[in-house]
Design a protein around this ligand. Sequence first.
Ligand code: GLC
Length: 549
Amino acid sequence: MTPDLAPSVRPFAADSAAASGEQAGWWRSAVIYQVYVRSFADSDGDGVGDLRGIRERLPYLAGLGVDALWLTPFYASPQADGGYDVADYRAVDPLFGQLSDADDLVREAHRLGLRVIVDIVPNHTSDQHVWFQEALADRPGGTARARYHFRPGRGEDGELPPNDWESVFGGPAWTRTTDADGRPGEWYLHLFAPEQPDLNWDSPEVREEFDSVLRFWLDLGVDGFRIDVAHGMVKAPGLPDIGRTEQAKLIGAQVLPFFDQDGVHEIHRAWRKLLDSYPGERVGVAEAWAPTSERLALYVRPDELHQAFNFQFLTCDWDADAMREVIDRSLAATASVGAPTTWVLSNHDVVRHVTRYGAGDGELGRTRARAAALLMLALPGSAYVYQGEELGLPEVVDLPDEVRQDPAFFRGDGQDGLRDGCRVPLPWSGEAAPYGFGPGGSWLPQPEQWAGLSVEAQSGDPRSMLELYRSALALRRQLPGLGDGDMGWLQAPEGVLAFSRPGFVCTLNTLGAEVTLPVPGRPVLASAALEFAGGTVRIPSNSCVWWAV
Ligand code: GLC
């Protein structure tokens, strides 16, 4: 069923792209591969992935057939939250290399036809950032404190936090400081870990600094930014109480005084102008949690960012009706603002979808994940692939507590630190850990069963997840009906989704039983073996088929 297709590599010159009008709107159809830098490939044997490791593996990504990479933060950082606590936005952390490695990586990626998107973390800095150190040393009301959210506490002696906000990682969103004389002082806001103080975006200095940081990386040649917590930079005036606990449950369900405030859009509009002032269509991608597809679409209005992650698709259950509803809502919302829809199944913050879809049954999870990949890559718009999903990696659910690093694990009240289990370093080759990840070990232990999941083990095996992704990505480039564009639903039995795109039909059977349907065209790719008989096709349970029509 898997056609023999050579992966196509499309070199381009980033700087001339805009001038020549070549590949205009590349991001509307792009498949973007998320590289979790510390877990992709380690070049120096310290057990942590690095920029040089990524550069050495770029031919793999070009051959896989993706269009761009998104690199998670590699900036100077104490690593309190896997690098999402940045101490210097213009420096590469020695753990990951140096600035020249970033430069080399971007150049080499461009040479191979891959664009590079980097993460930018504007909601908060590290507590080790020079600005926060200055703020701590400043007096209440001082200019250095104005770059963050410092407030006196409530209660008789200021012993209570300034409001009732909770950190996303658990516990109060405020930490009390100690004054120079050793007495308890003001409190500062951190929506994430205490090592991640929130910046105050009302401060013109903060805005200017980030303009300058964006320019720094754009000048180096990056093709855009994935904007961390793009919904969080602006807080409701007066920082009002929420009035209830378990606020993490409200994220993405309603507008909160600290998330999805309308004021964030002004920042994104300003950034869009900045991006547009560079040649080559540099893009902004919002990591935004909004309560509805409609509110999420506000982030991708024509004068704001280019894309936003579609977490509604990621969190959707394996259920045909639910999936259809999410797809319809997503398409309608983005169409209303003329933006492409994006599709994503996994990332470094969620349980890997093989495990999610399997609910305890690994084989079921893999079967559904194969089908989900074909669904995602057939839908209109752009798609995100999280490193390792092309290998069908499951979540590692039995990491010992001693190796866990997720700050949520340490702060959590009933939280289980699940984010480490999706960040285990990739298996590349060989029979034993670290499976070619690098010359040393790996910062999180890799399971013994991963030898069979390595790139080497799967390459050339037509039944492997890796070859399914390679075939799907190659076909996506060849079939003009895929990527950006329209789709229409076709009639299908309960539990089956069928839709058409120009010259193309996709059929997804979400049921636990096979279905027999009339053959709609010529099969070009399927996630499971099909059986044909007299004008009909038997589509196995939990599988997806691509047809040329
Ligand atoms: C985003 C990142 C996550 C990080 C958080 C705080 O949600 O994806 O990994 O912990 O922001 O920066």
